[in-house]
Write a protein that binds this ligand. Structure first.
Ligand code: ATP
Ligand code: MG
Length: 161
């Protein structure tokens, strides 16, 4: 199947947050999102923007270090945020119930999705590249038509609201 890729540039953490928030605002259906990028690229920062766009209450977001691999939030659609950096073995993905969450009526975002070792199926794949201290390139890819439309609509946001 053909995929659609779009690229957004960010020059600050705030701009990345707004970009992610504008994507979150446009998500109306269950969605599985993979986030790729080096340590400190801004994956968690992006999820915080998404959370805001989905309507997660301000301040309820978990920012302190934690060993839980998944955090869930109430919003327009439930938001499940998995960070697989500390996954000890790819089988652990089954133990933590991530596949059930991905099959549910929710938005599931996975940091370090590459740790799932080929068992993953995502609607959107987002790659964040670091260019210097505060420049980032955010590349988003969708294969299904519905999510391609979502990306087209996101692409039209020139000045994130
Ligand atoms: N344009 C930018 N967009 C996003 N973050 C930026 C930008 N410029 C600088 N930063 C900084 O980069 C850091 C991103 O941290 P964040 O925790 O989101 O990264 P991460 O990709 O989740 O890392 P990890 O793999 O460790 O979980 C923050 O300190 C943020 O302030
Ligand atoms: Mg992170």
């Amino acid at each position: 199947m053909e995929t659609l890729s779009i690229t957004r540039k960010s020059h600050s953490p705030e701009e990345s947050f707004r970009l992610a928030e504008s994507l979150g605002l446009r998500i109306q259906t269950p969605c599985r999102i993979a986030l790729y990028g080096d340590l400190g690229a801004g994956k968690t920062h992006f999820v915080q923007g998404l959370a805001s766009g989905l309507g997660v209450a301000e301040g309820s977001y978990v920012t302190s270090p934690s060993y839980a691999l998944i955090h869930s939030y109430e919003a327009r659609l439930p938001l499940h945020h998995a960070d697989l950096y500390r996954l000890s073995h790819s089988d652990e993905v089954f133990d933590i119930g991530l596949y059930e969450l991905m099959a549910s009526e929710a938005v599931t975002v996975v940091e370090w999705a590459e740790r799932m070792e080929g068992m993953e199926i995502f609607d959107l794949e987002i790659r964040i590249e670091i260019h210097g201290e505060s420049e980032r390139t955010i590349r988003a890819q969708a294969s299904g038509l519905h999510f391609q439309d979502l990306l087209r609509s996101w692409q039209q946001v020139s000045h994130p609201e």
